[in-house]
Ligand binder design. Structure first.
Ligand SMILES: Nc1nc2c(c(=O)[nH]1)N[C@H]1C(S)=C(S)[C@@H](COP(=O)(O)O)O[C@H]1N2
Ligand SMILES: [Mo]
Length: 198
């Protein structure tokens, strides 16, 4: 299990600049919370610059190797939540047999209702990046992204797409939903990469 750099709760170095720690788990998103009546019909499409595009069902993902990741999350609106434990599938594991092309430099994550976000491939494939189905020992609630959400703890939390339905690998960096509205293309909380006009 990975617990990031071991720092105590009181350690100011653990909280990025201009963030405050909350013990709540705020719910934040644009649009509606999806309702899945039959989870066997849900799927995750992985496509774009790779040799073997693949459709994963819920069952496929649940039968893959599972990992637990402990981390802190940082929302661009200013809250940070420490000591989360997520369970799911490592992004590296997800794409390891799909033959990513040399020129796959970026990803677009597609969620329900056409919501998207973009990030560099290296961030997507970081050791701490995962697709999670559980948080702190409980299945994700619908509000927090059931059945699967991305988790990229090293980036502001808006990159961690809830209700993810597809992952697309691209050569160029295409801005997603918030990024088109001025949010940063990378979003590193330690560098305060909040908005492109900063
Ligand atoms: N599909 C989708 N995922 C999303 C969002 C969204 O609007 N739609 N908002 C992002 C933002 S801004 C944040 S802070 C986190 C919030 O996750 P939470 O509601 O589980 O705290 O989800 C991110 N993932
Ligand atoms: Mo956010």
């Amino acid at each position: 299990m990975y617990f990031g750099k071991v720092k105590s709760k009181g350690d100011p170095n653990r909280v990025p600049p201009n963030q405050h720690v909350t013990t709540k788990f705020p719910v934040l998103h644009a649009g509606n919370v999806p309702n899945y009546e039959d989870i066997s019909k849900w799927d995750l499409q992985v496509f774009g610059l790779l040799n073997h595009p693949k459709r994963f069902t819920y069952k496929d993902l649940m039968e893959m190797k599972q990992i637990d990741q402990g981390n802190d999350i940082h929302c661009v609106t200013g809250w940070s939540k420490l000591d989360n434990v997520w369970r799911g599938i490592s992004t590296r594991e997800l794409v390891k047999d799909l033959g990513l092309h040399e020129n796959a430099n970026y990803c677009i994550l597609h969620a329900e209702e056409g919501w998207t976000t973009n990030l560099p491939l290296d961030d997507f494939l970081k050791e701490t990046s995962l697709l999670a189905h559980s948080h702190n020992g409980e299945p994700l609630t619908p509000e927090h992204g059931f059945p699967f959400r991305a988790v990229f703890p090293h980036l502001y939390f808006w990159k961690s797409a809830k209700w993810i339905r597809a992952i697309q690998f691209t050569e160029h960096n295409h801005p997603g939903f918030w990024e088109r509205n001025g949010y940063h293309m990378n979003g590193d909380p330690w560098k305060e990469e909040r908005f492109t006009w900063d």
